[in-house]
Design a protein around this ligand. Structure first.
Ligand SMILES: [Zn+2]
Length: 80
């Protein structure tokens, strides 16, 4: 067990937003011990396991492609 982990256990983790996956799903990393959390589909904070990393990267892919389509739609509609 490292001193930073001890610190976290004692004072609580120091989570900072590390990645915005979608508008509702975000990933957080502890500044001290690098433990990662993510928001699940219910908006609850849970540990970022490899399974959720997969889910999040898939979500991100869908989300960004949808954003792209939205942008293209806005672009083409602004021409007319
Ligand atoms: Zn921590």
């Amino acid at each position: 067990m490292t001193p930073t982990k001890l610190y976290c256990d004692f004072f609580g983790h120091n989570y900072q937003l590390s990645k915005k996956v979608t508008n509702h799903v975000k990933e957080y990393t502890c500044k001290c011990c690098k433990k990662q959390l993510t928001t699940d589909s219910n908006g609850k904070l849970i540990e970022l396991t490899p399974k959720y990393q997969d889910i999040n990267s898939e979500l991100e892919r869908i989300y960004s492609s949808r954003l792209m389509r939205l942008k293209q739609k806005t672009l083409s509609s602004s021409i007319y």
